[in-house]
Design a protein around this ligand. Structure first.
Ligand code: NAD
Length: 462
């Protein structure tokens, strides 16, 4: 039986980054993957969604060219072509990852990996005699899949997940009901709206993106409404049924029972760790609910078996998975962890973008820190006016006593790039005055950060 220093089950960002880092430490590594290398992020998540959003936003922008006498008219957007383009991008990225793995002599095994006793991984590739390999160390990185809540009728045939959409199982639809106004719900609502599908979001909590700053969720709802996307908050979905080739969703909100119809329903209520088929009978690591339980060094309750990424992490993000992978490989190699995992920026690719890092004043208070928020609305920011962007703002938080930056919330164009300035500031413990002392280029979206910092300085002085 072939033996490696590290055998990794799962070839998504957690798995392939762990393989690459292990190889960099001089360890022999094997990667077991049953679908495509690149996992959810490359094949059914971040990359295809962002490709769809990029192109659908260009389509929406083209319609604004009327004001210059440029007439654009499309009877129907070719959604299959949009998906084919997103798949092309994903294929390119997959190819690059596979080349990198090959150049580092990492063996790739195609098939479902199942952990047996004694660190043996059995790979089921549909052959009669499955291959077995052994790892001195095992890293489990099997990821997560869309959750389907136990709503009566969820299996009526009209309910899709983000996997179904991004894998092109259904491309054309005139109307869509999205259950869940979280990150996937709002990003795909923007895409479908841009290509001409009528969208209604049903969110169970009191606002869209309930995991984020209240103002962000309310702003998204207002912008969506202007663009024609309906969203209902505090909506409890009670049933789904198929009727005359459509989905009928019943829900209650504000003590009223209501019903809406659409061609399809997208269920976007979160993702659950994928543990099915991962463990042989008798191999059962301790669990934290549906997540595999790990300690600070990613060690499961099974000695020499580690778990990283969406299978074990509290935060399901690509950059968290990749950071854990680099740190886990370092733990196995007996080296210092290279990445500080304490501060995780998060981004949502709506239009305008949203990006957050660190704490706001409310979260700081809950942690026993007296803090102050400062804010700038980008009404008079030149770039925002040029691009006719919807209501945008930058909010920055600092500790009252030390005036050090604790976090930032951005809802503006390029927020996903600008946020790193604030991640760095929190890491380095920079004060508001230090942040104000540097010159920012004009005209940029980012220069509005200085307005927010000046507002913050004034509030700290009060
Ligand atoms: P999520 O947790 O972000 O949102 C799920 C939403 O569904 C929540 O707002 C929740 O209140 C709501 N909900 C749950 N049950 C409901 C019900 N029965 N009826 C109505 N609403 C209900 O989950 P997601 O949007 O599915 O995303 C999954 C994961 O993928 C998240 O961890 C997310 O961070 C990650 N992701 C990240 C990005 C990004 O970084 N840009 C993009 C997509 C997904």
């Amino acid at each position: 039986m072939k033996e490696y220093d590290v055998v990794i089950i799962g070839g998504g960002p957690a798995g392939y980054e762990a393989a690459v880092s292990s190889a960099h430490y001089g360890l022999s590594a094997a990667l077991v993957e049953k679908r495509d290398i690149g996992g959810t992020c490359v094949n059914r998540g971040c990359i295809p969604t962002k490709a769809l959003l990029y192109h659908s936003e260009r389509i929406a922008d083209a319609q604004k060219l009327d004001m210059f006498g440029v007439k654009t008219y499309a009877e129907k957007v070719d959604r299959a072509a949009l998906l084919a383009e997103s798949e092309q991008v994903a294929a390119g990225i997959r190819g690059n990852i596979e080349e990198l793995l090959k150049s580092l002599n990492i063996d790739i095994y195609r098939g479902g990996g199942c952990l047996q006793a004694d660190h043996v991984v059995q790979i089921d590739d549909g052959q009669e005699a499955p291959v077995q390999i052994r790892g001195k160390n095992i890293i489990l990185a099997a990821g997560a899949v869309p959750s389907l809540p136990p709503i009566p009728g969820i299996d009526c045939g009209r309910v899709l997940t983000s996997d179904d959409i991004l894998e092109g199982r259904v491309t054309d639809m005139d109307s869509l009901i999205i259950i869940g106004g979280g990150v996937i719900g709002v990003e795909l609502a923007g895409y479908f709206n841009s290509v001409g599908t009528g969208v209604t979001i049903l969110e169970g909590l009191d606002r869209l993106l309930p995991g984020m700053d209240k103002e962000i969720g309310k702003n998204v709802k207002t912008i969506f409404k202007k663009e024609g996307i309906e969203s209902v908050v505090k909506a409890v979905v009670t049933g789904i049924r198929e009727e005359d080739g459509q989905a009928v969703v019943t829900y209650s909100t504000k003590n009223k029972e209501l019903e809406i119809k659409a061609d399809y329903v997208l269920c976007a209520v979160g993702r659950r760790p994928l543990t099915e088929g991962l463990f042989a009978d008798g191999i059962s690591p301790e669990m934290d609910g549906r997540r595999v339980r790990v300690d600070r060094d990613f060690q499961t309750s099974l000695p020499g078996v580690y778990a990283i990424g969406d299978l074990a992490a509290k935060i399901q993000l690509e950059h968290v998975a990749a950071a854990q992978a680099r740190n886990c490989a370092a733990v196995i190699a007996g080296k210092e962890k290279p990445v500080d995992e304490s501060l995780v920026p998060s981004c949502v690719y709506t239009s305008p973008e949203i990006a957050c890092v660190g704490m706001d004043a409310e979260e700081a208070a809950a942690a026993g820190i007296e803090a102050v928020d400062g804010k700038a609305v980008l009404f008079s920011n030149g770039r925002t006016m040029i691009s006719h962007s919807p209501r945008s703002f930058i909010k920055i938080t600092a500790e009252k006593s030390s005036r050090r930056i604790l976090g930032a919330r951005l809802m503006c164009e390029r927020a996903s790039d600008i946020i790193s300035e604030f991640t760095e500031a929190v890491f380095a413990g920079r004060t508001v005055e230090q942040m104000l002392s540097m010159i920012r280029p004009h005209p940029t979206y980012e220069e509005a950060a200085a307005d927010a910092l000046r507002d913050l300085a004034a509030r700290l002085d009060k």
